[in-house]
Design a protein. Structure first.
Length: 297
């Protein structure tokens, strides 16, 4: 199959491309630069120059493909809501291009859009209306499902970890370096689900193989890692104290990241593992984090 992949040279997307190529698929990857194109071609895929904002370009690539895996997302959190609304438009565009002929679209969502506190499953849905702008992705996907487009959702946890990580955990490391303290909120008992990037990539590939209509999968290896454990590893590695903060102190310490630092979701992947015949085999978050590689820069 010819699969169009957005975010093809990203942290998760590049691992997805590798999975697809190893399975014998032809991959057309969205890239924005010559360097990214060269990297993709060197991996054995074909490069498609464009960007998420160019919806017509995305439409053409999807229309020429047998399926689409959408891992691309603009992670500039200074305009988070705007980027979430762009993702809604991208998903609508990709789905419309694929139509109702049964060609699969696998989109990316986040465990963090689900109601906090309780253990969530693949059947749990975001609140409607949702206070989290990221829910726009699932809203767009479900609208396509109702129109007969073959869409599946893969939800990623707050921490997708591994070599090359540049997401939440490296942000925490940077903050701890700058502020000479690795902070958690209250007792740090809130929990983050987690998965290694290679495990996440495997779920995307298996979801494509399944090509189920309306399926939702959790790319989750660990249901919930205590936030305090993450902060303590960072503190020990940087030789700074791991300290609890009140909500008010946390707002000042974490600034824009305070919402993410307070996330408390326990997420099951039992249904995903059963449906896809998948088992996570990579290291857990704490073991992976507790290596020099995460603190090299």
């Amino acid at each position: 199959m010819k699969i169009f992949v957005t975010g093809a040279t990203g942290f998760v997307g590049s691992a997805v491309v590798r999975e697809l190529l190893q399975a014998g698929h032809e991959v057309l990857g969205l890239v924005r630069s010559d360097a990214a194109a060269q990297s993709l071609v060197a991996a054995g895929a074909k490069a498609y120059r464009g960007q998420l904002e160019d919806l017509e370009s995305l439409r053409r690539a999807a229309a020429e493909s047998d399926g689409v895996i959408h891992t691309g997302f603009n992670h500039d959190f200074s305009k988070f809501k705007e980027n979430c609304e762009l993702d809604r438009k991208v998903i609508e565009t990709l789905g419309s291009a694929l139509g109702t002929a049964g060609r699969p679209l696998i989109i990316t969502s986040a465990i963090g859009v689900l109601p906090p506190g309780a253990r969530v499953t693949e059947e749990t849905r975001p609140l409607s209306p949702s206070p989290n702008p990221r829910a726009a992705s699932e809203e767009a996907a479900r609208a396509l499902m109702e129109r007969g487009v073959r869409v599946s959702i893969v939800r990623l946890p707050p921490s997708v970890h591994g070599d090359g990580d540049h997401a939440f955990v490296p942000i925490l490391i940077k903050m701890a370096r700058e502020k000479k303290a690795s902070a958690f909120i209250g007792t740090g008992a809130n929990r983050w689900p987690a998965i290694h990037r290679l495990g996440a990539a495997r779920v995307f590939k298996l979801a494509l193989d399944e090509a189920a209509h309306g399926a939702c999968y959790h790319a989750v290896a660990e249901e919930g890692v205590a936030y305090r454990e993450i902060a303590e590893v960072i503190g020990r590695r940087l030789n700074v104290p791991a300290v609890g903060k009140t909500p008010e102190e946390a707002a000042a310490h974490f600034t824009w990241f305070a919402h993410f630092a307070a996330l408390n979701v326990v997420a099951s992947s039992e249904q995903t593992q059963a449906k896809l015949g998948w088992r996570p085999t990579q290291p857990g978050l704490i073991a992976d984090l507790d290596r020099p590689a995460y603190f090299a820069t």
